[in-house]
Write a protein that binds this ligand. Structure first.
Ligand code: ADP
Ligand code: MG
Length: 240
């Protein structure tokens, strides 16, 4: 446990008497790419929401670097979330979108401008500072959402089906870019998808979930070659 960056310990979450997560335990190491994989409604987004602090567990703890952050508000956490819908502010330029969080933190103008340049370069959108979000493609907007998260220097990026709205070619490009960012920046990724192939392609570790329970945790090879039960075998098999 000591060399884990994040631990979820016995996390339980109930909505309207319906148990959505039941005593969930999960560990994530620094610079690991962990994917939560499972069908719609299995509890992936709820798990991510609890990690990001947008939701509170009924029971259990969120540990980060050995500290209990269960009750820490989202904006104080060393984790940054990118949601499925890119949710850029449509009335602001790309630069203003990226600068938004940094301004709130009171960073200086030169610092912010440097960060904007750096982040746009990282996501291969140099020179897009003055563009408006709706003049960009869906894939470009999603890159901006990622750039906006990265300027806050998060240790961990939480991504909830970030590529779901993109067509296949863009999705593959973005998968490649996310892996590059993980390697270049040493960021830890916790990634949510219901897409088996995406999980198998990108992950160091896959967490297969169903109905609030973890069915199997393993490398893509483990999960693909040695599914531990019928659910995992069927779910992974659906991608073929
Ligand atoms: P996933 O992201 O895997 O599709 P979710 O974590 O969004 O699943 O949801 C898990 C279950 O919790 C679903 O049955 C969903 O309907 C329920 N749920 C999620 N959020 C709420 C909420 N705010 N109120 C009531 N039920 C919810
Ligand atoms: Mg979801």
């Amino acid at each position: 446990m000591s060399n884990n960056l994040i631990n979820l310990i016995n996390v339980t979450k109930t909505f309207d008497n319906h148990i959505v997560l039941d005593e969930l335990n999960l560990s994530v190491k620094e610079n690991e790419f962990v994917t939560l994989l499972g069908p719609s409604g299995c509890g992936k987004s709820t798990t991510l929401g609890i990690l990001g602090g947008f939701q509170q567990p009924d029971k259990g703890q969120v540990i980060f670097g050995g500290n209990d952050i269960t009750n820490m508000p989202p904006n104080k956490r060393p984790l940054n979330t990118v949601f499925q819908k890119y949710a850029l502010f449509t009335h602001m330029t790309i630069a203003e979108n990226i600068a938004f969080g940094l301004k709130i933190k009171g960073k200086s103008k030169p610092y912010i401008n440097d960060k904007i340049k750096y982040a746009l370069k990282l996501v291969n959108l140099d020179g897009y500072e003055n563009r408006m979000p709706n003049s960009l493609s869906g894939g470009q907007q999603q890159r901006i959402a990622i750039a906006r998260a990265i300027v806050n220097e998060p240790k961990v990026l939480l991504l909830d089906e970030p590529l779901g709205a993109l067509d296949l070619k863009l999705r593959q490009d973005m998968q490649y870019e996310l892996i590059r960012l993980k390697n270049e920046l040493g960021i830890t990724f916790i990634y949510v998808t219901h897409d088996q192939e995406e999980a198998l392609t990108m992950s160091d570790t896959i967490v297969v979930m169903n109905q609030g329970y973890i069915q199997q945790i393993g490398t893509p090879e483990d999960i693909y070659n040695e599914p531990q039960n019928a659910f995992v075998a069927d779910f992974i098999g659906e991608s073929n």
